[in-house]
Design a protein around this ligand. Sequence first.
Ligand code: MG
Length: 221
Amino acid sequence: MRAYFFDMDGVLFDSMPNHALAWEEVMRQYDLPFTAYDCYLNEGRTGESVIREAMWKARNRDATPDEIKTIYAEKSALFNTLAQQSGGTPTIPNVAEVLRYIALCGDQIWVVTGSGMRSLIDNLNTVLPPVFQQDRMITAFDVVKGKPDPEPYLKAWERSGLKKEQCFVIENAPLGVCSGKAAGLTVYAVNTGILTREDLLQAGADQVFDSMIELLEFLRR
Ligand code: MG
């Protein structure tokens, strides 16, 4: 028996392109330098912390609570508009095959995400193979400290009832990789975005794959 802990954004859902577009556009309106690449590097951090860091870099001062609230609200609204325009958030190519294979092997499938987006979490079993169980999900509602803190993955591991050697993290973001490694687990990174392999290796990934097909081939060995 094994357990696979799947991150959600960038691993199950291809949500990062719209997040990056929305961040870039809103930051530009406030004259804060922030690229799509910055967005991918920072994936997993809270909106507040992203805005405060950009403000320190650009103006050498902290962002006011009002600025944080306004900028984040505009970014979220734009993300939702973009998602609606494209008819919902697509899933990552071929992740369905990976899920089916793991389910066929009788192994546990978990979702471990810092997201609290009900629209995505509640739709997992309809847009992907129905392999997800309510009691095998760790979301923003279950943890005090998010990634890169190990808490989310430690919680999944404790609830799995398995040994750490039997648990495998599937991540796409450097901070998520850090979280899994800090929890003492094996981390497989799938580079589904615009980062380099080195970004994920430096974060501590045990293996980096360029696609879900590559990961599937590896699991089948
Ligand atoms: Mg992710």
